[in-house]
Design a binder for this molecule. Structure first.
Ligand code: AFP
Length: 333
């Protein structure tokens, strides 16, 4: 196998396809270095004393894990001095993080979920980091309003998966590529040059313990999957749920599937559980770039106009034909 590193891949893309402006390439490389450091901390776990609660809550009212705080700190300190960013925003911080005045400011805005799936950390199940890159509007203040752009405006999106291997999956709007961290050399090596999601699938992911709160459209869709070949779908389906969106989405990016965290009636003030800006939007860009689809059930997720930084949305994404079926069921409900 020809070993192509992340830097080589990005420079070749830039040279051959003028797809990636220099500053964006450099910004992606900074994030790629930061997630290597997060991977080391996640890998050490109890040895480094980083498991368990941090004793603080985040803006969502969720108890922060120590590694949530460590990962957030690593991303802030790694990205603030490079000169490519105007500001950053994180699941773990109520407001955008302005670049300190002692550093040059750049043209991009970086959003991230520093450690996705943190409820799985202490039980050694795969977790990840999700990121999204936007342009700061020309001449605009890098405040919350500057970030409130629909997902179609993303110039790059990606995630790192801290599992048996550490992976980095990335799109700059020209397909989806995956890299594996060679821990010996600390290099990202291109291992998935063109990730594609099959249009059809027999695998679905949803937290079925919420079934009694689902909309009729989701009830109908899941009932038909569970009915299998004796039911209207005439074939059997399998269910998986890791409760780390990164792990569940990586599985469907690798072998197909549909991932759902739909709206439910538990808390009518919350249109969903997952956050639009640093979970749903980056994952939707990746899924669409790999030939899949991503919807709220009523609207393409990337077309949603955000109205605040930590807003939540219903999420249905993955193999195109299944997502379109769920959208049809919502229309018929
Ligand atoms: P945490 O990062 O708070 O663990 O949340 C993970 C997550 O946002 C997403 O990664 C999962 O898909 C989903 O929540 C899991 O939700 P349930 O705990 O309801 O299954």
């Amino acid at each position: 196998m020809r070993r192509v590193t992340l830097t080589q891949y990005l420079i070749e893309q830039q040279r051959e396809h003028q797809q990636i402006p220099v500053n964006l390439r450099l910004q992606i490389e900074v994030v790629a270095r930061a997630v290597k450091a997060i991977s080391v901390n996640v890998g050490k776990g109890a040895i480094a004393g980083v498991l368990g609660e941090a004793g603080t809550d985040n803006i969502q009212g969720e108890a922060q894990k120590q590694l949530d705080v460590v990962a957030n700190e690593i991303l802030l300190l790694s990205n603030e001095w490079g000169g490519h960013l105007a500001a950053m925003a994180s699941e773990e911080m109520p407001l955008p993080y302005p670049i300190p005045n002692r550093y040059p400011k750049g043209e991009y805005l970086l959003l991230f979920d520093p450690l996705d799936g943190s409820s799985n950390i202490d039980v050694n199940i795969s977790v990840g980091t999700i990121f999204s890159v936007l342009r700061c509007p020309e001449g605009a203040e890098a405040d919350e309003d500057a970030f409130l752009q629909p997902g179609t405006q993303q110039v790059a999106a990606g995630y790192a998966l801290y599992g048996p291997q550490t992976l980095l999956v990335l799109t700059v709007g020209a397909g989806v590529v995956g890299f594996t961290l060679d821990r010996e050399f600390g290099a990202w090596v291109l291992t998935n040059p063109d990730m594609r999601i099959p249009e059809d699938t027999r695998e679905y992911a949803i937290n079925a313990s919420n079934a009694r709160f689902w909309d009729p459209a989701i009830q109908r869709y899941i009932d038909e999957l569970v009915a299998g070949k004796e039911g209207p779908r005439g074939k059997d389906f399998n269910m998986r749920w890791v409760a780390s969106m990164v792990a569940d989405v990586h599985r469907l990016l690798t072998r197909g599937g549909i991932f759902m965290y739909p709206r439910d009636k538990r808390d009518p003030s919350k249109p969903g559980r997952l956050r639009l800006m640093y979970e749903a939007n980056p994952m939707s860009m990746i899924v669409e770039q790999a030939g899949g689809a991503a919807s709220t059930g009523h609207q393409r997720i990337l077309d949603v106009q955000p109205d605040h930084l930590h807003q939540r949305v219903p999420v249905v994404l993955g193999s195109r034909n299944e997502v379109e079926r769920v959208v049809r069921y919502y229309a018929e409900a």
